[in-house]
Design a protein around this ligand. Structure first.
Ligand code: TYD
Ligand code: MG
Length: 455
């Protein structure tokens, strides 16, 4: 039995259990239950019986017109993902793997915003002020009037934010904060939830924009900070593949803007630089396009992005063939392979299949179906697509190619980057400089690849 005032909280999903167990029954994670105290904070009184609330002071909708304008930080890619700047009084969670560059990004955001006149504070619980200063020097931002502090005690941070009026405050990271009103250790669900709750309330009350940094665990879940997701106004994910310099900022939730917007950065010696034309990054330049490669004309948020899909279909040496996919959805790959087998007679039994999206980008659009199928067929049939060809289109289970959104924009971007041909759904029209080979059925697209018949 649990002791009085003790419960067991799952550190992965936040579910609370009365008894300890090896596995959380809510999310299925193992060894994540940790004892937490439900005791009232020292000094807090029990609510009196029959106590009444104070009532609410209602306001009208029209007061919206008097809200402050957004804080445009000057880091354009960051501003765009936020929906055109940071909304005063909002709370943002920036989540990402350790080492992906969250601290670097937010220091740059603070420095740029401060240079443009915003009052910015950067509070770190992970690095000493001297370390942060050294990094700012290296990035050429030593002159920016950012106020730095190294602190983990929530009480002191809250007091500081009450005393001084800031426009933008960065807390790096939420897992290092510690509130003395709770007994659980820093990083526990109780502490993370309590500290985030207090900071979000403070942000709303004082009109300060607060950015909280949250580290993600290896399995891709934001442990701890997951419980923060519903408290904040926006959740931004900062992603990057190890070994690639590219970093992608993605809106996962945003009360003040679109969530499909991405920001692209490149990590260099002097911090992160913004990438204005991402297509040029994700394309494998130079040389003949090999069999198994297909250039997908995609749309990420409001921008068209060209990216190469690479497939390898090889005889399997194991009983169960391997299916490995990087940068795309495994379930979607299984579906495309099933349609290729059933509708086009392209078999994958006893063959290993590898699919990779070049450059470390993650694609989630259904419009990529045809590009993936083309790459797979090209490798299986050992027939390369034309060098100057882009591919897009959604595949249905019946083997039809469906039109997708913003086909004109995709073709325009392709033309801009020197592509003159597109394998696309019927009705994609033709952009200036791009000849479209319209296909209504997947089988037709595959036989064109196999026969190298493009005209
Ligand atoms: P950091 O911002 O500390 O990551 P996070 O806060 O997400 O844990 O970034 C750390 C990595 O970035 C580290 O591996 C070094 C690299 N880096 C550069 O390559 N160039 C730079 O100018 C900076 C500041 C960091
Ligand atoms: Mg950091």
């Amino acid at each position: 039995m649990a002791r009085d005032g003790a419960v067991y909280a799952c550190q992965s999903c936040g579910a609370v259990h009365a008894k300890w167990a090896g596995q959380c029954t809510a999310c299925g994670a193992w060894n994540t239950l940790v004892e937490e105290s439900t005791a009232r904070p020292p000094g807090a009184l029990a609510p009196a019986r029959g106590a009444k609330g104070r009532g609410l002071a209602f306001e009208g909708l029209e007061s919206l017109s008097t809200t402050q304008p957004r804080i445009v930080t000057g880091v354009a890619e960051f501003d765009r993902v936020c929906g055109g700047g940071v909304v005063p009084g909002s709370a943002i969670l920036l989540a990402g793997d350790p080492g992906v560059g969250k601290s670097t990004l937010l220091l740059q955001v603070c420095a740029q915003a401060a240079r443009r006149g915003a009052a910015c504070a950067y509070i770190s619980g992970e690095e000493a002020v001297e370390q942060i200063r050294a990094r700012a020097h290296r990035m050429g931002m030593a002159d920016a009037p950012v106020k730095l502090a190294a602190e983990t005690a929530l009480r002191d941070i809250v007091e500081a934010l009450k005393r001084e009026a800031f426009d933008l405050v960065v807390i790096d990271s939420i897992q290092t904060l510690w509130s003395d009103a709770h007994e659980a250790g820093p990083g526990s669900v109780t502490q993370v939830r309590a500290c985030a709750g207090e900071l979000v309330r403070l942000a709303k009350r004082r009109g300060v924009a607060v950015v909280l940094v949250g580290h993600v665990t290896k399995d891709g879940q934001i442990a701890g900070p997951r419980v923060v997701e519903h408290m904040v106004d926006a959740v931004l994910a900062f992603e990057g593949e190890r070994g690639y310099p590219f970093r992608i900022l993605r809106g996962a939730k945003n009360r003040f803007g679109a969530t499909d917007e991405i920001g692209v950065f490149e990590m260099g010696d002097a911090g992160l630089s913004e990438v204005k034309n991402p297509s040029s990054l994700f394309l494998n330049e130079g040389g003949e396009r090999a069999a198994g490669a297909a250039v997908f004309a995609g749309i990420e948020g409001s921008r068209p992005v060209l990216v190469e899909f690479q497939a390898l279909v090889a005889p399997s040496v194991y009983g169960t063939p391997r299916r490995t996919v990087v940068g795309w959805d495994g379930g979607r790959l299984a579906m495309v392979m099933a349609v290729l087998e059933a509708r086009c007679g392209l078999g994958f039994a006893s063959r290993d299949v590898y699919l990779n999206v070049a450059g470390g980008l993650r694609i989630s659009e259904p419009a990529a179906d045809l590009a993936a199928a083309a790459a797979l067929a090209s490798s299986a049939l050992d027939a390369a697509l034309p060098q100057e060809c882009v591919v897009f289109g959604e595949i249905s289970l019946s083997g039809d190619i469906r039109p997708v959104s913003r086909m004109e924009a995709r073709l325009k971007e392709a033309a801009k980057l020197g592509f003159s041909r597109a394998l696309a759904p019927v009705g994609a029209g033709g952009g200036p400089g791009v000849t479209v080979t319209g296909v209504a059925r997947l089988a037709e697209a595959i036989s064109r690849i196999g026969d190298q018949a493009w005209d």
